[in-house]
Design a protein around this ligand. Structure first.
Ligand SMILES: Cc1cc2nc3c(=O)[nH]c(=O)nc-3n(C[C@H](O)[C@H](O)[C@H](O)COP(=O)(O)OP(=O)(O)OC[C@H]3O[C@@H](n4cnc5c(N)ncnc54)[C@H](O)[C@@H]3O)c2cc1C
Ligand SMILES: NC(=O)c1ccc[n+]([C@@H]2O[C@H](COP(=O)([O-])OP(=O)(O)OC[C@H]3O[C@@H](n4cnc5c(N)ncnc54)[C@H](OP(=O)(O)O)[C@@H]3O)[C@@H](O)[C@H]2O)c1
Length: 396
């Protein structure tokens, strides 16, 4: 029986694996990490590459190594400090990638990721209390004493008008950002692309399409907001988190998380790049505007929008993020059927150690937000979650 199984090998899972091994080196034998990609942080590296992102949004202390200073030290030792954009030390993507590679090597975690996904969870009450039976994508089953679900953001969010489209259209005519690889997009020159969403993914895709000769219309259902980080930096320390953790009402905590993020936002740097493209006539920004109806007319889309305008575009790219909720994740739906818990509008009320109450299953990522606050899904959240879960695992 594996003592601890981690489903997922993204940055959040790596934060936990490193912290556990730092605290208890002998746990190496008891740890099993499963991810269909078969390696560490493959989805992360791919998403940065697909969207051609040169620099992270989060500051230098946010990364998977247990020591927050480790990235800055790594950069100094290799004379790469210029790749930390001051004043916050935002790491360049290449530096961050090289650093994480070294972290994996230093903790001897290379080659430790088994290329399978967890597809079934069974709470195995007949055996040791709390033990679990997991069904894997290769058809095998394993027993685990404890499971950590660190499988990332869940299902892509698709606007309701997408489900109302009737008739066939080419796959590349309508795509969600998770499936778009800018370098692999052919024939963008001269095309008109509709980008839906006011987050940073939307901005990167808009600029990537424009670099390839496309004209872009960017549709935001609210305002296009410019902020350095997803939420005020006060949410990365006691300034806001102290009061948040004392808030007894889960509904109010959810509201605070939503208000702190305030929906999607873009950095001032990308806001400026978008403004320049708008001035050059290659970008139109429609705020407070949503698509009402989309029809594929053989070569292009005809779109009716909520502000009464009509648009004709060749492709639609949805940069609408992901659906955060128990009902949008297969493993969590299974868990909830077997051990129902309190949900606040589909967000789970977890214990302080991020455990699904009554089980030995812990969650990392955005669904830990009622405990961790608005940065739960970011690298910062991974560090916080790793501390709470490792403490619980070691104590048990
Ligand atoms: C383009 C982009 C840029 C971002 N930049 C930043 C940034 O600069 N700073 C920041 O703090 N945050 C950033 N984020 C948020 C970011 O997603 C997270 O910080 C980070 O990727 C979350 O890590 P994770 O380990 O939770 O998820 P992921 O990186 O998504 O990793 C989850 C892993 O789980 C695996 N998996 C899925 N299902 C299963 C299963 N059933 N069984 C086993 N394995 C499974 C997947 O294959 C994947 O490898 C960015 C997000 C995007 C989309
Ligand atoms: N390092 C980087 O450079 C980088 C790059 C990309 C992303 N990121 C990070 O990754 C995370 C995710 O970013 P993201 O941009 O992918 O997602 P996001 O921040 O969740 O933004 C999604 C956007 O889509 C909009 N949206 C959602 N559903 C919609 C619908 N049905 N109709 C119309 N609009 C809809 C949202 O509108 P509302 O605003 O109204 O909610 C929001 O503007 C963030 O933490 C971000 O900072 C970082």
């Amino acid at each position: 029986m594996a003592e601890l199984v981690i489903a997922g090998a993204g940055p959040q899972a790596l934060s936990l694996a490193c912290l556990l091994l730092q605290k208890r080196p002998r746990w190496r034998q008891r740890l099993r990490i499963l991810d269909p990609s078969g390696g560490w942080m493959n989805r992360w590296h791919r998403q940065m590459q697909r969207l051609e992102i040169a620099c992270l949004r989060s500051p230098s202390p946010h990364h998977p190594h247990p020591n927050p200073d480790a990235l800055r030290r790594f950069a100094q030792q290799r004379q790469r400090s210029r790749e930390l954009e001051e004043p916050y030390g935002l790491p360049h993507t290449a530096l961050f990638g090289a650093f994480c590679h070294t972290v994996v090597e230093d903790f001897q975690l290379a080659g430790q990721v088994q290329p399978v996904s967890v597809e079934e969870i069974h709470l195995d009450a007949d055996r040791r209390p709390g033990s679990l039976r997991l069904g894997l994508s290769d058809g095998s089953r394993i027993q685990a004493r404890r499971l950590v679900i660190a499988t990332g953001p869940g299902e892509p969010a698709l606007p309701t008008w997408v489900q109302r489209i009737t008739g066939a259209y080419p796959a590349e005519a309508l795509q969600h950002s998770h499936a778009i690889d800018l370098a692999a997009c052919r024939g963008l020159q001269g095309q008109h692309i509709l980008l839906v969403g006011g987050g940073l993914t939307s901005a990167h895709l808009a600029l990537g399409a424009i670099r390839r000769g496309a004209r872009v219309s960017l549709l935001c259902r609210g305002e296009l907001r410019s902020k350095l980080f997803d939420a005020d930096p006060g949410w990365l320390g006691p300034k806001h988190l102290k009061a948040f953790r004392l808030e007894p009402c889960w509904q109010r905590r959810r509201q605070q998380v939503l208000e702190a993020r305030g929906g999607g936002s873009i950095t001032p740097q990308l806001a400026m790049a978008l403004r320049q493209e708008r001035e050059r006539g290659r970008l139109q920004i429609h705020e407070h505007c949503e698509v009402r109806e989309a029809r594929w007319c053989g070569r292009q889309w005809a779109l009716d929008c909520s502000d009464g305008s009509r648009l004709e575009v060749n492709r639609i790219w949805l940069a609408t993020g992901h659906r955060l909720g128990v009902s949008h994740q297969l493993l969590l739906r299974q868990l909830h059927r077997q051990r129902p818990i309190e949900l606040v509008e589909d967000w789970p009320v977890l214990r302080g150690d991020l455990r699904w109450p009554g089980t030995n299953v812990h969650l990392m990522g955005g669904l830990a937000a009622l405990q961790l606050g608005p940065a739960a899904r970011n690298l910062f959240g991974g560090r916080e979650a790793a501390q709470r879960i490792s403490r619980a695992a070691i104590k048990a």
